[in-house]
Design a protein around this ligand. Structure first.
Ligand code: GLY
Length: 565
């Protein structure tokens, strides 16, 4: 009884605080703790847990469940992701809760008899769904590093789903789009409905009772509440009735894994990134190593030389990504140490021509389609423990399908595998072996939750959504903080570029690059293309001297917020 009064109080306070924090600034300062996420409500959930004596891992778990309610485009229990955790002594670990290919999958599962991808089936329909990892990952993180009881961390999300929260314009726009295409998206077309069966209107309260019921089983039974029993059976029934292949055996077998971080250095800072099956840590450190070789006294931020060098570092790191990286449990011989060595960076830097763009040999490696609707959040607690989490459904609202009885959306993460073995084109596909589909294998990811330490203490906590652009936006924000000493909000908002080796295109944020620079880059041989925005970075820095914590949420996510206390 006492607990439910407290929870109702939290709910009321959350609503109040949402109303009172509408004038949130780009950056927020705090002394005790900070949560930065793509949802103000969910940042508030995390802060509520910190204030109750929870540590950063507790707050991250509560924030993740909360985002599954408030930010369903990417916040999830039907997808997967990664957590990097550094305690206040600088000891760092990671939790891999990436989705896995179902037991019945195979390397040619998406192909027709001519060897072409069948009906976009690696992205569309339930064949594209990997075995979800989020609940197992959060549960493992809690068992190893959490402090407050598990039920206390799931309960705020239950309250938000059951009692509802203020429906925002982003959700409303998504609801409108799904209604307009209801024949294509039957599950999503009623997902945002109110009790009357109509689309919830902006500023109305939106409730999700089925999701609340699912979360209650997770609250009461932990990992097994999702991977065994009623929920697992309903997932398997729904899958087999709708063309999916995930079974109760797949769910029962799913395990999150604790892995050692990828570690690099940059001019006295220690960088901790996510190891494979993420490509983020390796690529980030390879690029930072190349940056360490640049004489920054002679190169100005955002000059053509700056853009050129970053582009060439990206080209090289993404070529290595395509060639070597995949699930480490299936690729025992990946040359990880070599890729992150200073010697490798020197070799990669040596053939970089300062006058001319290199050429990507896309007859060897290429690009696959990549979802951009992931979400990242960063957490710091009073004791100095730091958590960086990126998790995803792959595309916006994942595969856009789910069981009405369960109330959550499944991922379409299988699209991150290389779909056509052996075929690599300059336009769309990579067919290299390390990331071909196999039963129980994890698909390669670009998610790059990162923590940078100075003198053994967390200094920067950062990450972003954005498919492959994640690696590059995290890289540039990290460089902006470590090399250019930018305040975190400035580092996040500064112009970002993206190059991923193949296709050989330099993408830049529209209106942020001067036309003169663009023209100079074209003269150097770069093929340039403007895009509306790159990344949605959620970052925290900690001043080692004053201990002041600064948080900032990317302005590209207007529902997001850095909230401190
Ligand atoms: N689905 C996006 C990623 O894992 O990189």
């Amino acid at each position: 009884m006492k607990t439910s009064i407290k929870h109702s109080l939290f709910f009321a306070l959350t609503l109040l605080s949402i109303i009172s924090i509408t004038s949130i600034k780009a950056q927020t300062y705090a002394k005790n703790g900070m949560v930065v996420s793509a949802s103000k409500i969910s940042s508030q959930t995390g802060i509520h847990i910190l204030k109750q004596g929870g540590n950063a891992v507790d707050a991250a778990i509560a924030t993740a469940f909360s985002l599954a309610v408030t930010h369903p485009t990417a916040g999830n229990i039907g997808g997967g992701g990664f957590m990097v955790f550094m305690n206040s002594n600088g000891e760092t670990t990671t939790i891999d809760f990436r989705e896995k290919a179902p037991l019945a999958s195979s390397k040619t599962m998406f192909l027709d008899e001519n060897g072409n991808i069948k009906n976009n089936s690696n992205h569309k329909g339930l064949l594209a769904t990997g075995v979800p990892g989020t609940v197992a990952g959060l549960f493992l993180a809690h068992q190893k590093y959490g402090k407050l009881p598990w039920s206390k961390l799931v309960q705020p999300a239950i309250n938000l789903a059951e009692q509802g929260f203020i429906f925002n314009w982003n959700l409303y726009r998504a609801g409108q789009r799904f209604k307009e295409a209801s024949d294509q998206f039957p599950f999503m077309s009623s997902y945002f409905d109110n009790k009357k069966g109509e689309l919830t209107q902006p500023n109305e309260i939106w409730k999700q009772q089925a999701l609340a019921n699912t979360l209650k089983k997770i609250r009461d039974n932990g990992r097994d509440g999702f991977y065994k029993g009623d929920i697992a059976e309903e997932i398997a029934t729904y899958m087999s009735a709708n063309g999916g292949i995930i079974t109760t055996e797949d769910l029962e077998k799913y395990e999150a894994i604790e892995r050692k971080p990828i570690i690099g250095t940059y001019k006295g800072f220690d960088i901790y990134g996510m190891p494979p099956p993420s490509s983020g840590g390796i690529a980030l450190i390879e690029m930072m190593n190349i940056m360490e070789l640049v004489n920054w006294d002679t190169i100005e931020f955002n000059s053509k030389e700056y853009v050129h060098i970053l582009t060439e570092a990206m080209r090289r790191a993404f070529a290595d990504r395509a060639e070597f990286l995949g699930d480490p449990d299936f690729n025992l011989d990946m040359p990880l140490e070599r890729l992150i060595s200073k010697k490798h960076a020197k070799n990669r830097f040596k053939n970089l021509n300062m006058e001319k763009a290199s050429v990507s040999d896309s007859s060897k490696f290429g690009q696959i389609y990549d979802g951009k609707n992931t979400t990242h959040f960063s957490v710091l607690d009073k004791s100095g423990n730091a958590v960086s989490v990126t998790y995803t459904l792959e595309n916006s609202y994942g595969v856009k399908m789910g069981s009405k009885a369960l109330g959550f959306i499944f991922n379409n993460e299988m699209g991150d595998f290389n779909p056509v073995p052996g075929i690599t084109t300059s336009g769309w596909q990579i067919g290299t072996k390390p990331n071909l589909v196999a039963p129980q294998k994890r698909m390669l990811s670009s998610m790059s939750p990162t923590i940078v330490a100075r003198d053994g203490k967390p200094y920067l906590i950062i990450g972003s959504p954005g498919g492959r652009t994640i690696i590059n936006t995290v890289f540039q924000t990290t460089l902006n903080v470590l090399e250019f000493d930018m305040r975190i909000d400035k580092a996040i908002e500064a112009m970002k570029i993206h190059h991923q080796w193949s296709p050989d295109v330099l993408v830049f944020e529209k209106y942020l690059m001067s036309p003169d620079t663009r023209k100079e880059l074209e003269l150097m041989g770069h093929k340039v293309r403007a895009t509306n925005g790159l990344g949605a970075l959620m970052g925290i820095t900690i001043d080692p001297k004053t201990k002041i914590i600064t948080g900032a949420a990317d302005s590209s996510r207007p529902e997001g917020a850095a909230i401190g206390y």
